[in-house]
Design a protein around this ligand. Structure first.
Ligand code: HEM
Length: 114
């Protein structure tokens, strides 16, 4: 039986959930995470291999890079890289738009109370 020791990345069922705050910690050269369509990618090892260069990836490190990614690539190319780069998903609770306007307003009030 052949077992793969090559990939340290997790299988689909084992993928972790991350908050936007957690992703935002990874902004250094050699430690770069980005979000693309709610998926979290660890691009640390990929920086040097990226055909578009490392500089542009460092520019979106720790952020949601969906818009820029779509500008330069077809979404289809991700399936080729998922196994190597995809480490998890963004937590539902960190959805930027919020579930409703009302919940965003409550969040503002809660913040001003403290
Ligand atoms: C999972 C993340 C990413 C992967 C796997 C990836 C992969 C690739 C690949 C394979 C190419 C060669 C062209 C192609 O086949 O489409 C490319 C080019 C490029 N990528 Fe990425 N990329 C990623 C993220 C990003 C991000 C976040 C940006 C911008 C902020 C970016 C900017 C570019 C640019 C500017 C090019 C060159 C386009 C050109 O020469 O016309 N990439 N990338």
């Amino acid at each position: 039986m052949q077992t793969s020791i090559e990939s340290q990345h997790l299988s689909d069922t084992e993928k972790r959930m991350y908050s936007r705050d957690e992703v935002a910690q990874h902004t250094q050269d050699g430690d770069v995470w980005v979000i693309i369509e709610r998926d979290v990618y660890d691009l640390s090892q990929f920086l040097q291999d990226h055909p578009g260069g490392s500089k542009i990836l460092l520019g979106v490190a720790g952020q949601d890079a969906t818009k820029k990614f779509k500008k330069y690539h077809r979404m289809g190319i991700l399936s080729k890289y998922n196994e190597r780069l995809l480490i998890g998903r963004l937590e539902e609770s960190t959805r930027r738009s919020g579930s409703s306007l009302r919940s965003s307003i409550f969040a503002v009030f809660r913040r001003s109370e403290t």
